[in-house]
Design a protein around this ligand. Sequence first.
Ligand code: ATP
Ligand code: MG
Length: 568
Amino acid sequence: MRFSRLLVPTTKETPNDATLASHIYLIRGGFIQSVGGSGLYNFLPLGKKVLDRVREVVKDELDKAGCQEVSLSFVTPASLWQESGRFEKYGKELLRFKDRKNNDFILGPTHEEMMVNLVRQTVKSYKQLPLNLYQINLKFRDEIRPRFGLMRGREFLMKDGYSFHATTEDMQREFTLMEETYKKIFRRLGLEFRVVEADSGAIGGSGSKEFMVLADSGEDTIVVCDGCDYGANIEAAVRKEKVSEAEAPEAVFSKFHTPDTTTIEALSDFFKVDPYYLVKTVAKRALYADGKSEVVLFALRGSDELQEVKACNAVDANDLVDISEEELAEVGLVAGYMGPTVLPESVRVVFDNNLKEASSMICGANEKDYHLVGNSFKGVEADYHDLVAVQEGDLCACCGKPLRYTKGIEAGHIFQLGTQYSEPLGATFLDENGKAQPMVMGTYGIGVSRLLAAIIEQNHDDKGCIWTKESAPFDLEIIISNIKDEEQMALGEKLYASLKSQGLDVLLDDRKDRFGAKIKDYELLGVPYAVVIGKKLKDRLVEFVTRDGLEKEETSVDTILDVVRQKV
Ligand code: ATP
Ligand code: MG
């Protein structure tokens, strides 16, 4: 491709809503163009090229793993979402609209219903299973805060795949295959990533995994172990059971006057006791799917923090919200002095697993200015769940080494769905005994357009993009510093033709511009390698440039083809 013919409107100006490197460079490099500034983007020729290259890697690995590509209608009849119950439940992210006949439609934010609908009409027997169908298509989510360019757009490109099975075991086999396939995809794209356990709500266990591209700008906090492969989203992270070296406050059970000690810190000071031996009680209002709500107390050690997603899952609520002192008083709770052992009948309490069998504990007496000492939970039957937010320095449950936090960009997500959609939508098959069974499903997503942003977040410098080999818009760029110099031009053309004939995708910068401007554009666009033909051609020398690190190597004109062959 000749630069002089290419539509690449590079600019020095940083868009004013852009803070992330990927957002800035993708716009400044003329890869994408914002439409109306609200999470909608046009892909210009270079952006489209990168997108297609990424898409090709995704498709190639999925096809090798036996998945089949389809393409589903983007506009989805609302009736399918009414069947699954999501039409009402899904929030404002779902774009709903009507056609001229007043029928309800949506723009698909995800396509479980659509794919189940396709399969239920065509698959009737166990003999047709398993099946893994995917598409690489547009999604629309009316995100509350579209931002960071392609990272969180409203319209974006997703690879969404769905698998259908006769048994849970077979679905789990496919889930593992998809995990391996996703790893191949991210490796080929040259990304540093972690597969982390994600919150899988009611399913629990490792039924859900996310593929996190490691980058400081990532929106997700992930917990990783450097001693082994363990990684988890903060909402799903677990740790080795915590013990304390601090001395336990041995005491017989009694009530203690503790004026003005409404925080864990104050209580720890008052008794000179490590927070490990204090019970922290967090009150929340749990909102349930059926519209009901109630006050729930979550009890954990004073040295731990409540993880709200875990807490929410523990009571199977849709959401947990904060609660005022007045609301607490209404149900008979005393703010600052709540304890899980002395509660009004109506208040539900959930204990953290780490309190199981705990002794020498101090907790609120649910009476103003009083705490109870010498509490033991040995043999106490209660509703125990994992409620804690894993902290940096907690130990890995797999290998015992310290865990640490890092930041990641969610680029992929695989999920064991079970029969959540096949049951309500009636996607059944006849098993070997002729009995109708709901199909067992898995679902697998990759944010294809988000990957462009993720690649740049991980691979850039203060000058611009540094594309990885399999994502780059071109394999190599030839920069002719002065096109009026016939000798330079002739060599450029010769190299261009010769490298193209060898199958390389080459960009020839044959523009009239100044050399400085060309180099600036090269650095901004981030093609992995360049050959610069400049003044030294008089001495039969050209320069071979590696974009990552901007290393420059003077090379003889006679050997430049060998250098390119070797490096590119
Ligand atoms: P997030 O937590 O980032 O909002 P999600 O968990 O809602 O994402 P999924 O429903 O798992 O997203 O969608 C599959 C993939 O689609 C995600 O892993 C992500 O890479 C991508 N994706 C989701 N939302 C967006 C968006 N608004 N813009 C670009 N890509 C997105
Ligand atoms: Mg997700």
